[in-house]
Design a binder for this molecule. Structure first.
Ligand code: FAD
Length: 496
């Protein structure tokens, strides 16, 4: 078989392109060397946002595209994406307040018509928001953006791509590619050590922070290069009683978010540190931990310490830079993406530099519009109006859906029902279709994870290991202890 497109990388960009392309009738193969979303796409801050801070760098094009996407994504994936309100605490009579207000006015203006509420100002005195904020903060602006379950976004794109005919290979590393007649021959090695070859007309390099490693296999003459910038997050027990996030500005000009996370936790991030190379697994260093904790302790009355950190994770941004941009500060390098289409030995080879979760759908459309010249018969744009698997309902119907699930399966507790609808949406009913009683859920691994769900993840969501299940299909890894993990691990041995 000859594929039209071979995609290297199963992060959000690779899987988004695979879905879009296969929905247009193209023959697609995607290879991911580890699990789907095992790179940057599971280590983000998990915001679908216009990027308020990018206004400081006059990145209006990116902010506009991203703001428009918020409403589109809320419609096509209301299970894994939801609105979130952000508080920006302010001290009285600071000149910065004026600039922040102007930024928010522009933000709301560029967003245009949106289902998300616009910016408000609130007095912090006698407000439930100031429970732990230092008393110097007297008022706050409240603005809107959205939350997304990042790794589930990737997996849902891959599931849909597969449903539309794409061949999705996980644990399969691209080790080389070469010209063979008028086609590319892509060579892969899977985790069993097997070597396979795939013929295709065009290669898309969506390897995220590994993008330069892939380009090193080619005689590419492009002048772009990536700067690898690590960002780390901390997870602590929930810090506030409300579900608002905080947008905090530091004396060094950096922004840190504190975000309600998985019901019982708060997520704090992120840092920005140069990462030398991708052979080194990105990890949160002690300096980054101290930096984030000090940042937070300057805003709030509590005194967070290292022992309060339950978990941490780090991802690497593949920021693109023309060689001339090397000296710029990291925050100022654009988060926009660049598509570089080249002809290497007369064969098309497209590389993706940079990007954001927020703009993955537009990025995929733009990739396909660049490739249309090679595949003139491909279908037209379609992803704007077609929901991701399980997302065929409206955001305001979510509570009703949880109630419907609880009514049908009264033995599922509130936490489990919420989790199901937030992860699987309407597919929850498909997962549970043969369940008549609690017993039919099968083995209970703890924290509402049962055999029926694990089976679904193995059969339908490309999951193959404990980490795939506990960290990228769910976030139950935060709750599982070693004993519970071992039980799941032992059980998987008989299943895989
Ligand atoms: C700290 C941090 C916070 C962020 N927060 C946000 C946010 O809140 N909102 C937002 O919109 N964006 C955010 N981003 C940006 C966003 O996460 C990234 O732009 C996006 O995840 C990049 O996706 P990707 O598919 O390009 O890369 P990745 O997700 O890294 O995927 C690339 C994949 O390629 C695979 N691969 C590499 N080499 C090979 C090979 N030889 N063969 C096969 N597979 C290979 C890797 O295993 C990897 O899975 C954040 C980024 C970081 C680092």
């Amino acid at each position: 078989m000859v594929y039209d497109i071979f995609i290297i990388g199963g992060g959000i960009n690779g899987c988004g392109i695979a879905r879009d392309a296969s929905g247009r009738g193209l023959k697609v193969c995607l290879a991911e060397m580890n699990d789907l979303a095992s790179g940057t796409s599971s280590a983000s801050t998990k915001l679908i946002h216009g990027g308020l801070r990018y206004l400081k760098y006059f990145d209006f094009k990116l902010v506009k595209e991203a703001l428009k996407e918020r409403d589109v994504l809320l419609k096509i994936m209301p299970h894994i994406c939801w609105p979130m309100r952000f508080l920006i605490p302010l001290q009285s009579f600071k000149i910065n307040n004026f600039f922040i207000r102007c930024g928010l006015l522009i933000y709301d203006y560029i967003a245009g018509y949106s289902i998300l509420p616009k910016t408000e100002t609130t007095n912090l005195q006698n407000s439930s928001f100031n429970a732990s904020l230092k008393s110097k903060f007297t008022k706050a602006y409240i603005y809107s953006d959205c939350w997304v379950e990042d790794s589930r976004l990737v997996v849902l794109n891959a599931i849909d791509a597969k449903k539309r005919g794409a061949n999705i290979l996980t644990r399969t590393r691209v080790i080389n590619f070469e010209k063979k007649g008028k086609l590319w021959n892509v060579i892969t090695k899977n985790n069993k050590g097997e070597i396979h070859e795939f013929l295709c007309k065009c290669i898309v390099n969506a390897a995220g922070p590994w993008v330069d490693n892939i380009n090193n296999y080619t005689n590419s003459k492009n002048t772009f290069s990536t700067r690898l910038v690590k960002g780390s997050h901390l997870v602590v027990n929930k810090l506030f009683d409300h579900n608002y996030a905080f947008f905090l500005t530091g004396n060094d000009g950096r922004i840190i978010f504190v975000i309600p996370f998985q019901d019982e936790y708060s997520l704090i991030g992120t840092t920005e540190v140069i990462h030398q190379n991708m052979d080194q697994k990105p990890m949160c260093s002690d300096e980054e931990k101290d930096y984030l904790l000090n940042f937070i302790n300057n805003y709030f009355d509590f005194n967070l310490k290292t022992e309060n950190v339950i978990s941490s994770f780090s991802g690497v941004r593949p920021l693109y830079s023309k060689n001339t941009q090397k000296s710029k500060n990291m925050s100022s390098i654009t988060r926009d993406y660049v598509l570089n289409l080249e002809f290497i030995e007369n064969l098309p080879f497209l590389t993706i530099y940079g990007g954001k979760l927020t703009t993955f759908r537009k990025l995929s459309e733009n990739v396909l519009s660049r490739l249309k010249v090679f595949f003139p018969e491909m279908g037209s744009e379609w992803t704007m109006k077609n929901s991701l698997p399980g997302g065929d309902f409206l955001i305001h119907e979510k509570k009703e859906l949880v109630l419907k699930l609880q009514k049908k399966y009264p033995f599922l507790d509130q936490i489990c029902s919420n989790r199901f609808i937030n992860y699987y949406g309407t597919l929850s009913f498909e997962i549970l279709k043969n369940v008549k009683s609690k017993k039919d859920l099968g083995k209970n691994f703890g924290h509402s994870l049962t055999e029926i769900e694990v089976d679904w993840l193995l059969k339908n969501e490309f999951a193959k290991s404990v980490d795939d299940i506990l960290w990228r299909r769910t976030k139950l890894g935060l709750k599982f202890n070693d004993n519970e993990k071992n039980k799941l691990e032992n059980w998987l041995k008989y299943k895989i």
